[in-house]
Design a protein around this ligand. Sequence first.
Ligand SMILES: *Cc1c(COP(=O)(O)O)cnc(C)c1O
Length: 372
Amino acid sequence: MIQRFYPPRRILMGPGPSDISPYVLQALSRPTIGHLDPLFIGMMDEVKTLLKYAFQTENEFTIPVSAPGSAGMEACFVNLLEPGDKVIVCRNGVFGERMRENAIRCGAQVVLVDDEWGQPVSVDKVQVAFEQNPDVKVLAFVHAETSTGALSDAQALAKVAKQFNALTIVDAVTSLGGVPLKVDEWGLDAVYSGSQKCLSCVPGLSPITFSPKAIERIQARTTPVQSWFLDQSLVLGYWNGGAKRSYHHTAPVNSLYALHESLLALHEEGLENAWQRHADMHQQLKVGLEALGFRFVVDEACRLPQLNSVYLPEGVDDGAVRASLLDNYNLEVGGGLGALAGKVWRIGLMGYSAKQENVALCLKALQQTLTQ
Ligand SMILES: *Cc1c(COP(=O)(O)O)cnc(C)c1O
């Protein structure tokens, strides 16, 4: 017999989803109202305002896509690229490779800039790629590579793109809310994120923001966007229509209550304070992990505080230890992806998960499990 599903209360210290605060879970269970209800429309407008704050932008087009971060990625590629367009894609982990796959499916010509896993994207290599391909229209890179824990210099990369009159597509899924991200100051054009990493909301929403230049590019397209659902020129009328909003799709009403609540919490804490909290928790975790003999994959200078990749100690069985952490401590940490599978753990300190009790629990659980 199939019974009702009651998940255990885990502590989520992997690459996402992160822990969700009780306030956000409560918001999720409030009564569902119509997605064209005037009260709901008012709340959607507040979500946009709060997202602009989180992204540090005045971009009018700043909305949550009703689908996970991967859909935000796809939305940026399918709207900005047309068949034959040249794009530089930077690849220093799993998500850079996914960007390449998206660009190819748009019929774009991809110029790859590869860096080793664990390294940030090389600004010098991107500069050279532009010099060799001055007709490139878009530069795409991952700000915070969750597969390795490396942070790239989004500001410097965007500056190179500007020199060559190219737009930028930036993956900020793991960076938003965890490390400084300044869309307007840095001149980023199409930026997407996810609800379930440092925003600590339920999975399934992808905040995106498009600069006026990105909107111009979309309006100047000569071919229709290949995806109907992700065609942002259609979505504009839905999110920007105000009281005259017309139906595009049914918004995930309750998930948006949750996003509103989590963005409000970020606003109340203050972005700078949230960035500092992530940095502080990383310092505490780092000291403890190094005392246990762990080595970090990424150099301190470009290491993400919210995603700590460490090499497994000699002779440790990856699967067995992580299963034991889950069974005995209700603690989830992430395994390695791709080239790092079986070699590293990814310990997340994202959003509501980035707190002292969690750092202490993680260190204690690791110490006890590894000495057994
Ligand atoms: C998690 C993640 C994604 C994908 O988000 P989903 O919500 O899982 O679709 C994309 N890019 C990066 C850097 C991520 O960490």
